[in-house]
Design a protein around this ligand. Structure first.
Ligand code: ZN
Length: 336
């Protein structure tokens, strides 16, 4: 039986700002779903801890740590999208540290894989700048920690609808880290262009708005999978944003719960083939509670080795746009 670790944090509720889409209800919807469907009790639950300065400094400059701490003390905004409160520093440190707890469990073989449901998200935080709702780059910190512990090759899959500019910044000059991102384009934060390949292990798949499931799944099947085969990672991390979903009110990529489930299955199967099943998915964005709930439970079912329960309220978003030319172009640029 697959042992799936689960890390979450009830203190996240104190990180909030009136009317902001990155709100506690996001995580509450996920927890309610995992409990309601009997999935939480079937995972190995691990308590989060705060990431230390030394761990955060594996990715971030000291100036970022100081900026976050001083903004939080004043409940200030770090950029027009990114709020803080006095509690935010500790909560964000637990989001980063929770992923490290999952990493430790998976690398020690105490868990086979993991789902980390924490907030705030991380993939827009660059080495020097918090931005886009993100204070610390949770996934990048986990990747840097694994590298420091001796892991030689890591892959990061990022299926959030936004490009993970912070993650790309952290690793675009490091051939040990394969970073594959699907994101809507043109869209916030404006990075992640097709030809932006770093030292050759950054693969950006900018999808037109309303692309739908066919393009999303094709991006993983025809680009991410062969890239993973070539990279031979020892560990796969997933920046698991659910805002590519058709219900999401911040974005319009039109992926359905079924599309997310299919991509989760591809990723977990790849981890089985390539790296002993070691895959850790960490929540990024996603702002519709129904989509968050059902994509998370589907992902957890896949991690547990089961068939995802279909979304009881599926959306008919049509076949989506033609994507063959784009996928062929990404493959050519990546040399796949
Ligand atoms: Zn996002």
């Amino acid at each position: 039986m697959t042992r799936t670790a689960f890390v979450t944090d009830s203190t996240h509720v104190a990180h909030l700002s009136d009317g902001h889409p990155e709100r506690p209800e996001r995580l509450e919807a996920i927890i309610a779903q995992l409990e309601g469907r009997g999935l939480r009790e079937r995972m190995v639950e691990l308590a989060p801890r705060e990431a230390t300065d030394a761990e955060l400094l594996r990715v971030h400059a000291r100036s970022l740590l100081d900026a976050v701490a001083s903004a939080a003390a004043r409940s200030a905004w770090l950029d027009p999208d990114t709020y803080t409160r006095p509690e935010s520093t500790g909560i964000a440190r637990r989001a980063a540290g929770g992923l490290l707890v999952a990493l430790e469990a998976v690398m020690r073989g105490e868990a086979d894989n993991a789902f980390v449901a924490m907030r705030p998200p991380g993939h827009h935080a660059t080495p020097t700048r918090p931005m886009g709702f993100c204070l610390y780059n949770n996934v990048a910190i986990a990747a840097a920690t694994a590298l420091e512990a001796g892991v030689e090759r890591i892959a990061i899959l990022d299926w959030d609808v936004h490009h993970g500019n912070g993650t790309q910044d952290a690793f675009e000059r490091d051939s040990r880290v394969l970073y594959v991102s699907t994101h809507a384009a043109p869209f916030y934060p404006g990075t992640g262009e097709l030809h932006d390949t770093g030292v050759g292990t950054t693969i950006n798949i900018p999808l037109p708005h309303e692309s739908g499931d066919a393009a999303f799944v094709a991006a993983y099947e025809q680009v991410a999978l062969p890239a993973l085969e070539r990279h031979q990672p020892e560990l796969i991390l997933v920046s698991s944003g659910f805002d590519s979903h058709a219900r999401d009110f911040l974005a319009t990529l039109n992926v359905t719960t079924d599309g997310y489930n299919r991509v989760a299955q591809l990723a977990v199967d790849a981890a089985q083939r390539l790296c002993g099943g070691r895959i850790i998915a960490s929540l990024e964005g996603g702002y519709d509670e129904h989509a968050l709930a059902w994509c998370s439970s589907g992902l957890v079912e896949v991690l547990l080795g089961e068939t995802p329960t279909p979304d009881p309220e599926p959306l008919d978003v049509g076949p989506g746009d033609a994507h063959e030319r784009l996928i062929a172009e990404v493959r050519a640029i990546a040399g796949l």
